[in-house]
Every structure is written in C-alpha cells, then in structure tokens.
Design a protein around this ligand. Structure first.
Ligand SMILES: O=C(O)CCC(=O)C(=O)O
Length: 265
C-alpha cells in the first residue's frame, strides 16, 4: 500500500457564549499555537459555533454579518501559513436569517466551499433562532473528496452515506456536543466511520456555558473504526497524522460499497 500522509490539527476550545471578540481572540491564539510546532498541520479544524456559542436569544445581534469577519481572519491565516482550514462553524447572519456555517479555506487563502447545518437541534431550540441549510457540503483535501456534517447531523446516517457515495473518503464534524451524551458521541462517530469506511475527524468544544457542560473528546477515527486520537475534556490541540491510502485498503478488504443492495432498500 502506497502511503498518502496528511497531518491534522483539531483545536478543542472553550467558547464564551455571547462574546465573539473573546472567541476571535482565543481562536487566533490557538491557531498560532497549532502552526508553531515542528510537525506543521496540513489541515486545521475547530468546533461548531465558535464565534458566538449558543447565545441564541441574541444571535441576530451577534452573528457575523455574511461571515465577513470570519472569512477575513481565516483567509489571511491560511494564506500566511499555507494551511487548509475547515473553519469549525460560525453563526452567520444573512438577509433571510442566521445560519450555522462552515467555511473552508485552501492553503492559498481562497474560500473553497461552505456548508450550513441542515438538521437543526430542537432539544436546544435551534429551529426557533437559526435557519437550516439546504445543501450537502463537500471539499477537496489533498486531491480527495471529503464531506462535512455539523454536530446533530451525525444522527442521520443517510447523510454520511450520501457523502460517501458521492466519493468522500473523510468526514469533518465540528460540534458543540454536551454532557451527558458522550456515549452517543463516540458511538455515532465510530459507526459513521465503520459503515462508510472513511476517516471521521470530529472537533468538539469543552468548558461550560450556563447550565450546559461540554465534554470535549474531539477525536479522529480511521476507516477501520479505530479511534487514533482522542482529547480529554480540557482545552487542547490534537495533532495526528492520517494515511489516506487506508481508506481504499479497508474498502478493498470488506467491499461494503460493492455489496450494497439499493434496489431492496
Ligand atoms: O444530538 C445531540 O445529542 C447533540 C446535538 C447538538 O448539541 C447540536 O447539534 O448542537
């Protein structure tokens, strides 16, 4: 098997709900730490709604207008350091509502793609304050296709399968997944990796916001379902190397995609 290595950095951060300036400052600090290392990352990922947190009552006031502040920061950083960024997600204010959106920048600082969360989480009343996206999201990573899902999206296996069928070999999952559902988080992420024989790269937040605490446990799972890196519940950066060749190797070993019977189900 010819190896095709790629280094990832996952910035597991605390998010200060309702304080975008503080969160931009924190993210800038973590980004500098992520590249100030010997093994520089090729791709950097962060959590969901890192700019505002879940200050949903005020989200219309504090969301980033057309994502301009976020895009300016991420574009400049990716260009300066020659690194690809899967920019977590931010609350993004558009003319027709506030979206929960991931921006992807390539290593030249160009906006490569975006994705807005399509399943809004009713347990946190997202549907009252946010507008759902209407399209699936993909990006190119080192010449391979990858998909994007945000937090609650991972409860919908059809979406991950659709991304895999469209050619995705990696899945990026920014999240703000709280206690007490660590078991769901680990199990669902692992299942998405095993059933689609793809890398799952999931970046959660940590810390507390009001009554809600977040367990962190950002993780990278390989296409065989092994958790190859996992954080604890503190603010930290996971740095891990993956081998894209493993996807084809696993898909060759158990040919799930060839054995599907879509005419029956
Ligand atoms: O599905 C879950 O348990 C958590 C989802 C969530 O917190 C979110 O989508 O923001």
């Amino acid at each position: 098997m010819t190896t095709r290595k790629l280094r990832l950095a996952l910035l597991q951060m605390h998010v200060e709900a309702g304080h975008p300036n503080e969160n931009f400052r924190k993210l800038a600090e973590l980004l500098e730490q992520a590249v100030d290392v010997q093994d520089k990352p090729d791709v950097i990922v962060f959590p969901e709604m890192w700019n505002t947190g879940y200050a949903l009552e005020r989200i219309g006031e504090i969301a980033d207008l057309d994502g301009e502040r976020t895009k300016a920061m991420l574009s400049a950083f990716s260009r300066k350091h020659g690194v690809q960024i899967v920019g977590g997600s931010v609350a993004e204010k558009r003319a027709d509502g506030v979206y929960n959106t991931i921006y992807v920048f390539d290593e030249k600082g160009e906006l490569q793609s975006d994705y807005s969360k399509i399943h809004l989480f009713r347990l946190m009343e997202e549907e009252k304050h946010l507008t759902a996206g209407n399209a699936i999201g993909t990006l190119d990573v080192a010449g391979e296709k990858a998909g994007m899902m945000i937090c609650y999206d991972i409860r919908f296996p059809e979406l991950a399968r659709r991304l895999a069928l469209s050619g995705a070999k990696l899945l990026f999952v920014p999240a703000q997944w709280p206690n007490p559902r660590l078991h769901h988080w680990r199990t669902l992420l692992t299942a998405r990796a095993i059933e689609n024989q793809m890398y799952v790269i999931a970046c959660n937040r940590c810390g507390t916001s009001g009554e809600t605490s977040f367990f962190g446990h950002s993780m990278v799972i390989d296409p065989w379902g092994e958790i190859i890196a996992e954080a604890d519940d503190t603010e930290t950066i996971i740095s891990v190397e993956i081998d894209l060749a493993l996807v084809d190797e696993v898909r060759g070993r158990i040919p799930v995609f060839e054995d599907r019977r879509p005419t029956l189900y």
